[in-house]
Write a protein that binds this ligand. Structure first.
Ligand SMILES: [Zn+2]
Length: 95
């Protein structure tokens, strides 16, 4: 399905781009399992450490994804065009 190019208010675009959002890359399965175990045990601090250490870092500018979707304050699915990581993010909302 071809995506329509959305018209973004230049001021809103500048506000989105003022904050750096880069893709952190995929998390290997063994690290994901450890993170899930730590989360299940309630150790969110250690889980974040393992998550951070396990990712290779992709570096794709995630703002491109944010700006290609409506800035509506809603949750959107995404897939990184560089590394294929998928997830959900909440779009910023401008009044
Ligand atoms: Zn990526």
């Amino acid at each position: 399905m071809a995506k329509k190019k959305l018209k973004v208010d230049p001021e809103h675009e500048a506000q989105v781009r003022a904050v750096g959002h880069t893709c952190r890359g995929p998390l290997p399965d063994e690290d994901r399992a450890e993170v899930n175990n730590l989360l299940a045990a309630g150790d969110t601090v250690e889980a974040q450490k393992v998550d951070k250490a396990g990712r290779a870092g992709c570096g794709y500018d995630f703002n491109e994804t944010i700006l290609s979707n409506p800035l509506d304050g809603e949750e959107h699915d995404y897939e990184c065009p560089r590394c294929g990581v998928t997830g959900v993010y909440r779009a910023p909302l401008f009044e």
